[in-house]
Design a protein around this ligand. Sequence first.
Ligand code: SF4
Length: 423
Amino acid sequence: MYPQILLRNRKPDRIATLAEYRAGGGYEGLVRVLQQRSPAEVRQVLLDAILLGRGGAAFPAGMKMMTVAEDAPFPRYLVCNADEMEPGTFKDRVLIHADPHQLIEGMILAAYAISAEKGIIFIRPEYESAARILEREIGIAREAGFLGRNILGSGIDVEIVVHRSGGRYICGEVTAQINALEGRRPNPKQPPPYPTEKGLWGKPTVLQNVETLCCIPHILRNGAQWFKDLALTESGAGTKIFGISGKVNRPGCYELPMGVRLSEIIEDYAGGMKNGGEFKACLPGGASTGFLTREHYHIEMDFDALKSVGNRLGTGAVMVFDRDTCLVAATLNLIEFFARESCGWCTPCREGLPYIREILWRIETGKGTAEDIPALKKICKHLWYSYCAFAPGAVSPVEGLLTHFEGEVAAHINQKKCPFRNS
Ligand code: SF4
């Protein structure tokens, strides 16, 4: 059993209370930071800890904070991205429901690091219970003196509010999220200016994912080296919440060291393949990553190892498929989601994704032709020229399908039916 850091207070039936969080060292990091560390020192510790953003982009959290210039204007904003909407991804919800004060303390510390007085939790509308938990616990933290004006007599003010998202996938993209918070249509914007320079209402804004923020109190309490030592690989740091779904016996969220092997996650934690099935493939980091195959079954799950095989760790949402699963149908399912969620701003994405959906549907229903495979490859290539990272992410499973399972796609075309269906 590996050490549990972020999920240490997780209970089957209820959230951890403030008293339980404090009994495990909660808010100790905040007390120490306010007494002993400058905002610059906090940013440096996070950089030294190699805390990489857990929302999928893996950008160093300390570095992002450092891009807010010392003389940047005020007010500054910290935004917590809890708009978790990628199929297969549910770790942020689990974290909020398990231990909400961990996130609240992480946000106060992150706000302190960039001298922001306002933190905003941008949360998807389906997470209404999590939003209510946060609102209640924010009030409890305020009453305890950890939040609000003059925190613990330090002269520091930080307030946190919860903002319900409109519920579109693209709202998870940084610049689109800022537009949404300003009440605009959530289209992404190409930097520069970067949000850390001109973000929410034109002011410096740092946006971090729930899991990233939850790591911060532990790093500041235990040190950068402690965090790095949690990982099993040299290039990794910390633990990762892996959300396992699909054809396994025990789907769910597991906190494991960065760099744990895929086979270990599936066999030792997710209870092995469902009904004794045989592993065929998985998407290692949510719906916008490519397929890993049997050849990658023992791969170390960290950002660098996945990158070395042309893939991404993404959010760590591992979607597992067995030998009897039709990957054309599985990919079609994901593309239906992405085609619906395109914000429609640029032509390649707005037109290309529905086109891919139509072709995959034809292939899956036995109406595909030999020209469909080269056509799919060509359209996928064009989607890399879209305006934001949504479209390249959306076509990642399609490209993975064509790279590793082209034979399975061709079998649909040649047999004029899905080989995995009886009728
Ligand atoms: S790639 Fe898609 S989501 Fe991104 S701006 Fe273009 S249309 Fe919108």
